[in-house]
Design a protein around this ligand. Sequence first.
Ligand code: SAM
Length: 267
Amino acid sequence: MTRLRIRRGWSRSSPRPYRGAPVPGGFKDPSFQRSLALFRAFRHEQDDPQTCYDLLARDAVDQVEAYDGPVSGRTVVDVGGGGGYFTEEFRKRGANAYLFEPDVHELGEKPPDGAVIADGYLLPLSDGVADVTFSSNVLEHVADPQTFLSELARVTRPGGLIYVSFTNWLSPWGGHEWAPWHYFGAERARARYRRRTGKPAKHTLGENLFAVHIGTTLRQVRARDDVTVVSARSRYWPFLAETVVKAPGIREVATWNLLLILRRCPP
Ligand SMILES: C[S@@+](CC[C@H](N)C(=O)[O-])C[C@H]1O[C@@H](n2cnc3c(N)ncnc32)[C@H](O)[C@@H]1O
């Protein structure tokens, strides 16, 4: 297992322009083919999670590399990484990637070597150890997203990249397994889920799922002095991925999943 290296004072702060990320099959991001491939994979999330999350992980790491160059040799911290699909993909590409996940059940049966049980609010890491801090679909599961972001920023080196994506509450997928019925109220949607499937829903609003909005999040992130916003875009949208996020109101429904690419400012 590679040891976490601390590179103090090392700076690669010049932001790279987004070069477009190819996904398996050679599709550009954004493009219809890419979104279709991801959509098809999502439809099999339950019966074939490996294929679904392998594709999603390749896609997300392509996005990181498109903004920040190859991850090989870099230190990557995956916070709330679940079963570790993303950590494994970073490692395949030569990164020193580490998984931090608070819920042992989410780790599954075969977590990546060296996975750490840890809460994203309080990571057992020194300041500035990570070249890339990565958090996919975690922000809507924490009660205090801004404190969570502060911790991501703290462990990222100045000039390092922070990848944060989340499904906002008013997204058609905002209610997760009880979507899109969350538009009619969370409790009603949960009750409906239980009636239809015969099992309790995994998520409860206010306990492990929170109503995070794009406008509020953008205002709060732009007001921070520890990060700059490199990009705010729809993670999966096939076209106008950044434009859709600029339309107040519409963006809350149309973005589906907001991807924030942040860069750590010098302290
Ligand atoms: C929807 S899953 C996402 C898993 C994986 N990142 C992905 O994109 O497939 C949400 C994850 O957030 C984790 N999580 C919830 N609260 C957290 C916290 N305070 N710190 C870090 N992770 C947290 C959960 O345990 C869960 O693994």
